[in-house]
Design a protein around this ligand. Sequence first.
Ligand SMILES: NC(=O)c1ccc[n+]([C@@H]2O[C@H](COP(=O)([O-])OP(=O)(O)OC[C@H]3O[C@@H](n4cnc5c(N)ncnc54)[C@H](OP(=O)(O)O)[C@@H]3O)[C@@H](O)[C@H]2O)c1
Length: 350
Amino acid sequence: MSELHETAMRHALVLAANGPALGVNPQVGCVLLDADGTIVAEGWHRGAGTPHAEVDALSKVADATGLTAVVTLEPCNHTGRTGPCSLALIAAGITTVVYAVSDPGVSSAGGAQTLRDAGVEVEGGVLADEAEEFLRVWLTSARLRRPFVTVKWASTLDGRAAAADGSSQWITGTAARQRVHEQRAASDAILVGTGTVLADDPTLTARGDAGELLEQQPLPVVLGTRPIPGDAKLWDHPRGVLETGSRNLDEVLAWLFEQGIRRAYVEGGPTLASAFIAAGLVDEYLVYLAPKLLGGDRLAVGDLGITSIGEARELHITAVESLGDDILITARPASTPLDHRVSTGSTTER
Ligand SMILES: NC(=O)c1ccc[n+]([C@@H]2O[C@H](COP(=O)([O-])OP(=O)(O)OC[C@H]3O[C@@H](n4cnc5c(N)ncnc54)[C@H](OP(=O)(O)O)[C@@H]3O)[C@@H](O)[C@H]2O)c1
């Protein structure tokens, strides 16, 4: 049955991707299988307040008695705007539940145990690595109870983020800048330091090719103690602007998490980026490299408190892409808190 379950799980992951990638809820997919392993219903989660994937799939069959539910995330045990999926599956007469990764939520975990207690056969950890990768952003945020942090910078080949006069806005070309706008639109919040606001007076909006505002606009968040000038362009941002008045990264991230921010896009400048790196708070790096040389002391990343090569932060490069004349490097810390995650196991219990 395990090959059938893996095939069904792969399909459930494709279904999950139909759901919205932003917001507080995970993308989850579910398929129901009959005794022969044939898919008889599909479901996915369409966002907060709508039926969860399991309930969506159950709504498509007249009688679910004896069916197997294959779901990308452990069925929740939590009564929110919708009831617990574990109880919905039990009430519908599902006899086997197969899931990929455990629900890390404080209030939503425990669905597998509830199902087992009701006599449902439960198998966790099926295609766990694929599901972990697919839900990486959401899982990281849920486990660490802070937003997933992406740090982006643009630098010259010699690692400079600005010219001696502080100007930095045209380091990369059009294609790279357009990609940045897409990445902003795929984030819940953009974080910058007061230094960038004072030096560049940025709008921090997500814009299309013609300069038009994209539908999804992340919340601009300014870290630092200096006030934002009254005539700063940021005040006209469609989402408003959050002035934290703080340098405490942990506190700001924890507060943003409470506000439902799961994806934070840190756009600089060098002081703020370095502070995030030094604090070990970066989950993903997006480094835009322009074929230019600037020299001077305006480095993209400043002091990280590292004095010898053995202390270097090790990264894994996951993608290298050409964008016009520029290069985008995507990298992850070689060791992350996720490496110490609680194993989802691959167990079958009754
Ligand atoms: N190439 C790029 O990708 C890029 C991107 C952005 C900016 N830039 C350039 O970078 C330059 C500005 O550099 P910058 O380093 O001054 O800008 P920054 O990193 O945006 O701002 C630095 C300020 O951030 C605040 N801050 C908040 N939390 C902090 C923490 N935990 N540790 C330290 N500081 C914290 C401090 O403000 P307070 O002093 O107010 O407390 C600090 O002075 C400009 O020339 C800009 O054009 C380049």
